[in-house]
Design a protein around this ligand. Structure first.
Ligand code: DGT
Ligand code: CA
Ligand code: CA
Ligand code: ZN
Length: 606
């Protein structure tokens, strides 16, 4: 088990314990343990074998260490099995619905005996929730809304959640003697935000050995079918995986077919037919003769097309571009030089400023922006004007410690309900980089929402509109502003649009990003990291940008540092710096005194 998997299991135990009404200290210990493990660099599987190593970690006691040993040795622990026997998985999953934490789920389970989604929806519709302690009419309405959004997600898994297990299974199969190619096809290869199932294609190797390795992977809960050339399993997480063994000389045709999308395949087949050819998962053929089948490139070329990156294969005009030779050269992870949205323990991040900077440096980033929250998010220790000024010295000290990393003094400033920003212009002028975001009042009329977003992107100190919709995949629809108008105003004012790489945000969406690009916007792809481990999420933002057809030129944080600085310069800030006599860069200012560090663990803002 990877650290992330162990952490997720501990977090799941914590949630179940809470629904079960366990001692709050015990719940907190598990939750804290999950955070420690998730953020720990060394493999806990390796540490489990070493007596006392786990217990030596801060926040890991005897009880937790025992659970972790169970998990890393056998993949399960009695404690989780017992909790799951008492509390149905479907009930535990309620905690992922917007507005329902473990405490409310406990009430639903105990007071109303609700055991599944259908019962929850029925009870909410019948008005049975509003009278429960800690509920009310508003919560009841939110539950109905969340159920509706989540139903669009049913059975699907976030790409980022499928990512580690998909690669683990592929590696296990790849390690079998004789196996030549292993590819994860389907929506996974197209890097959709969510996947319905995984489609694994394999060539070479002894079929029996391949199938055996596949169905005996420790994450497999059920074998749904096992055959000569195809097997299907269901993993512990509920995700289904299909494995197909295909002949090496038709691997390209099979990969093309099973990558899809269906719409893309249908268009390709029509083009083949127009040329008197026929295309299926075995090859492109004319009569009996195979024209192309070994690689995807060969099949596309034989159809008169350039190879199309999987992220574009949705039947949205990519085939015309491939025929004309005008496919965009899509942005790549290796192009990204900066990450311009991240938090530290100073607001609601889990890791210190120093840890974030070190992790960014370790990842080879050239530039970062530290962007804590602003005061509207009091629960996240948001910064007020005085705290921003105090932060100048903290960032200067950080720069002194990390001379090889460019560090922008940024802030993620809340856009209030009326479109005003949470901090005044004089304070914004102190900053190098201003992200503006919506974290509250997601429900508005489109007119009010548009006015709100327009006001924010017209502020002359703003650099980028962070996770603009504020949507959560499978959880929250987001703000219904008219993107066409907002993107136009942003482009005119030199404000970039963010593609937020948090796996459950991926905001802007691909559709929105295409529209914003058409309106002339530039973009940043940022992790919005709240822990060093989240810097890994950059790839998911890049995938989303690629699905939107964005090139390196569309993305500001691919620029080398000096060019980035020119690109993000705001005339208003320069003028204001002249007017107030503020130093041009915070590094030139004298370090301010440090405030006593707050000890209360902040809640993470969503
Ligand atoms: P998912 O799993 O719902 O996230 O989406 P996909 O795209 O992975 O769909 P899936 O797993 O049902 O099938 C994998 C690929 O196989 C799909 O993208 C295209 C191809 N495929 C499946 N069924 C058909 C079909 O009936 N016609 C054609 N042309 N292609 C198909
Ligand atoms: Ca699939
Ligand atoms: Ca499938
Ligand atoms: Zn943020």
């Amino acid at each position: 088990m990877t650290n992330a998997e162990v952490a997720r299991t501990l977090e799941r135990i914590a949630t179940l314990l809470e629904i079960d009404g366990a001692n709050p200290f015990r719940v907190r210990a598990y939750r804290e343990g999950a955070r420690v493990i998730e953020g720990h660099a060394e493999s806990v599987s390796a540490m489990a074998a070493e007596p006392g190593a786990l217990e030596a970690l801060k926040g890991i006691g005897k009880d937790l260490a025992a659970r972790i040993r169970d998990l890393t040795a056998t993949g399960r622990t009695d404690m989780l099995d017992e909790l799951r026997a008492r509390i149905p998985d479907e009930v535990a999953a309620f905690t992922e619905l917007q507005g329902l934490g473990p405490k409310r789920v406990k009430t639903l389970f105990e007071a109303l005996g609700i055991r599944d989604r259908a019962a929850l929806e029925a009870a909410a519709r019948a008005g049975q929730l509003r009278g429960l302690p800690g509920f009310g009419e508003k919560v009841e309405q939110n539950v109905l809304k969340a159920l509706a959004t989540a139903s669009a997600m049913t059975g699907r898994v976030l790409l980022a959640h499928a990512w580690p297990i998909a690669h683990a299974i592929a590696e296990r199969v790849q390690a079998i003697r004789g196996v030549e190619s292993v590819e994860l096809a389907g929506s996974f290869r197209r890097r959709r935000e969510t996947v319905g199932d995984l489609d694994l294609l394999v060539t070479g190797g002894d079929p029996e050995a391949v199938m055996q390795a596949f169905v005996s992977h420790p994450s497999v809960a059920d074998v749904l079918g096992r055959g000569e050339t195809k097997s299907s399993v269901r993993l512990d997480s509920g995700l289904q995986v299909d494995l197909r063994l295909v002949p090496g000389d038709s691997f390209g045709a099979a990969l093309l077919y099973f990558t899809g999308s269906k719409a893309h395949n249908i268009e390709l087949r029509r083009i083949a037919q127009e040329q008197g050819l026929s295309l299926n998962e075995y090859g492109l053929t004319r009569g009996e003769r195979v024209v192309a089948s070994r690689t995807e490139e060969q099949v596309y070329r034989a159809l008169g097309l350039a190879w199309i990156p999987p992220e574009l294969r949705e039947g949205l005009g990519e085939i015309d571009l491939a025929r004309a030779g005008t496919l965009p050269r899509l942005v790549e992870l290796a192009d990204v030089r900066a990450d311009l949205h991240m938090h530290s323990t100073r607001s609601d991040g889990r890791d210190t400023l120093e840890a974030m900077a070190q992790a960014a440096l370790d990842r080879g980033l050239e530039t970062i922006a530290i962007t804590e929250h602003s005061k509207a998010l009091a629960m996240a220790n948001g910064f007020d004007a005085a705290r921003v000024r105090q932060s100048v010295g903290e960032i200067a000290a950080l720069r002194a410690r990390f001379p090889r990393l460019h560090i922008l003094h940024g802030l993620e400033v809340d856009i209030l309900g009326d479109g005003a920003l949470d901090l005044d212009d004089d304070t914004l002028a102190v900053l190098d980089w201003v992200v503006v975001s919506i974290h509250s009042r997601f429900e508005m009329t489109p007119e009010a929402a548009t006015a709100r977003a327009l006001a924010a992107v017209r502020n002359p100190f703003v650099n980028v509109f962070g996770h603009p919709r504020g949507r959560l995949i499978g959880g929250r629809e987001g703000v219904p502003f008219d993107l066409e108008q907002v993107a136009e105003a942003a482009a005119a004012n030199g404000v970039a649009m963010e593609i937020n790489a948090s796996p459950d945000r991926l905001d802007l969406s691909e559709v929105d990003a295409r529209l914003a690009r058409a309106k002339g916007c530039r973009f940043t792809i940022d992790t919005d990291a709240h822990a060093t481990t989240h810097l890994e999420n950059m790839k998911f933002g890049v995938f989303q940008a690629r699905r939107a057809g964005l090139t390196r030129e569309d993305v500001l944080n691919t620029l080398p540092h000096a060019k980035l600085m020119t690109a993000i310069e705001r005339p208003a800030r320069r003028a204001s710096a002249g007017r107030t006599g503020a130093a041009r860069t915070p590094a030139e200012r004298a370090p301010a005194k440090r405030a006593p560090v707050k000890r209360t663990p902040p809640k993470r803002a969503r």
